[in-house]
Write a protein that binds this ligand. Structure first.
Ligand SMILES: Cc1ncc(COP(=O)(O)O)c(C=O)c1O
Length: 455
């Protein structure tokens, strides 16, 4: 094997099993051990927002520091003999976890935002280079992540493409509502002989959070002749089971730093081999340009790559829990439902979706008396909860429909504010009780969002 091959790490049998070389650690089902793994979390804060920035246990952080040190000890040797092998090892573990056919289908990138740029730049080139007609479309959900929407603006609409946003109702009663609206969006995308060049489907939407029946929507895309499908599954790995073959999309991205215990920032981008343009490139061009996306992504200039090397350490961490990552997912789902129900009952409100449409996060209606009447109100309440109650939780404003028919209500009026709560292994009942009491205090004191102080 020559040195160049080894540097790129794209050879078949790298077998550095960091996991099995280490002594077996204690099983992590005892609360103090879990507390210790997350003892760097600021004390006194009810951190019920794993969904935004994830979390990383102490043992994985220690492994990261080892990688960083290894680089600094002898950078040349690390670059030529360690880095790419390590990245290949992480990619291989992910490939098995998500049931991809080939490790070359898996690239490690910084985050879902980078993956969106990779996919959308490729689509933008289709418009820019005249391969697509000017008014061909990209179809996406109206609640797609802002960075993804802006990427469409930057790469697709500027190049002449058009966009159809599929409006989803909220609160949701069943997945049929999603399927019905999605089909309508595709019909619109195909009006007047236009072609849908790309559909972007979230696996778990961010705000409001809903688990989307992604396999069913991809199947519909295939039946309707959509050319490519990109699944933005930023929240998926570690919170729902992923089988990329069963889902059947062309591209699928999931952050490893949200629900999979990696530190920021690392995500995997799956590109289905059989049906994908070779014209996929990392937006940061290095000397690896043209060597295939996994290799381009594995070197985007000198920087810290340690987060990409930590998949084996995360596998070791999750193996200490009963049922491994699957056990964690199941328990997080059960717990978030339980906590959501407790809050909704205390406040006399509702949940934003049925249990089967949520994973480790759920939307809980806030009392209408708080008057969350705008996005600014939602942000003010979020800040107030952080500053005055030590609660970290995102708040969502759901504008009332024109006719207030079918809108969720509590005893005082229409519910327009929702909290998105998460449950991760470090959470405990007291986190949610703290939030519950904070809202009850505000309501008892007849506070409305407009009058809340954040300082
Ligand atoms: C659905 C969705 N897509 C994309 C992103 C962007 O992730 P990142 O900031 O890691 O790029 C997020 C972040 O929360 C998200 O929820």
């Amino acid at each position: 094997m020559d040195q160049e091959e080894s540097r790129n790490g794209d050879f078949a049998h790298y077998n550095d099993h960091h996991v099995s070389k280490k002594p077996k650690l204690n099983p992590l089902h005892i609360e103090p051990e879990i507390r210790d793994e997350f003892s760097h979390h600021r004390p006194g804060i009810a951190r019920i927002n794993n969904g935004s920035f994830g979390s990383c246990p102490k043992s994985v952080l220690a492994a990261q520091q080892n990688w960083q040190l290894k680089f600094l000890q002898q950078p040349d040797d690390f670059y030529f003999n360690t880095l790419r092998k390590g990245i290949l090892h992480s990619r291989t573990l992910i490939k098995d976890l998500v049931n991809a056919d080939d490790v070359d289908e898996i690239s490690l990138v910084d985050n879902a935002t980078t993956a969106a740029a990779i996919v959308l730049q490729q689509i933008g080139r289709g418009f820019g280079e005249g391969k697509f007609n000017g008014n061909d479309t990209v179809v996406m959900l109206h609640c797609a992540f802002q960075a993804v929407k802006k990427s469409i603006q930057a790469y697709v609409t500027r190049a002449g493409g058009s966009v159809i946003e599929v409006q989803l109702p909220f609160p949701l009663i069943s997945e049929e509502e999603i399927i019905r609206e999605f089909k309508k969006g595709l019909e619109k995308g195909k009006e007047n002989g236009k072609k849908v060049r790309l559909a972007i489907i979230d696996h778990i939407t961010s705000m409001p959070c809903v688990v989307i029946p992604v396999s069913k929507l991809v199947k519909i895309c295939r039946e309707e002749g959509v050319e490519q499908v990109f699944v933005d599954a930023a929240h998926a790995i570690g919170s729902v089971k992923i089988d990329v073959k069963e889902i059947g999309a062309d591209f699928y991205v999931s952050n490893l730093h949200k629900w999979f215990f990696c530190p920021p920032s690392v995500a995997f981008l799956y590109c289905r081999k059989s049906n994908v343009s070779p014209d996929m490139h990392h937006p940061v061009v290095s000397h690896e340009f043209g060597n295939g996306l996994p290799i381009e992504s594995a070197w985007i200039g000198t920087r810290d790559y340690s987060a990409q090397l930590l998949v084996p350490s995360v596998m070791e961490f999750v193996s200490r829990f009963e049922g491994g990552i699957d056990g964690i997912m199941t328990r997080n789902h059960e717990q978030v439902l339980k906590m959501g129900r407790m809050l909704a009952e205390s406040w006399g409100t509702n949940l934003g979706s049925p249990p089967e449409l949520c994973a480790g996060m759920i939307m809980v209606g806030l009392p209408s008396r708080l008057r969350v009447w705008s996005e600014e109100d939602a942000l003010r309440l979020r800040e107030h909860l952080r500053v005055h109650f030590g609660v970290e939780v995102p708040i969502y404003y759901q504008p009332p429909k024109d006719d207030s028919e079918g809108h969720a209500r509590d005893k005082d009026g229409v519910i327009t504010g929702y909290a998105r709560i998460s449950y991760q292994v470090y959470n405990a009942l007291e986190d949610y009780e703290k939030f519950m009491n904070a809202i009850n205090i505000l309501v008892d004191k007849k506070k409305i969002c407009k009058m809340l102080m954040t300082e």
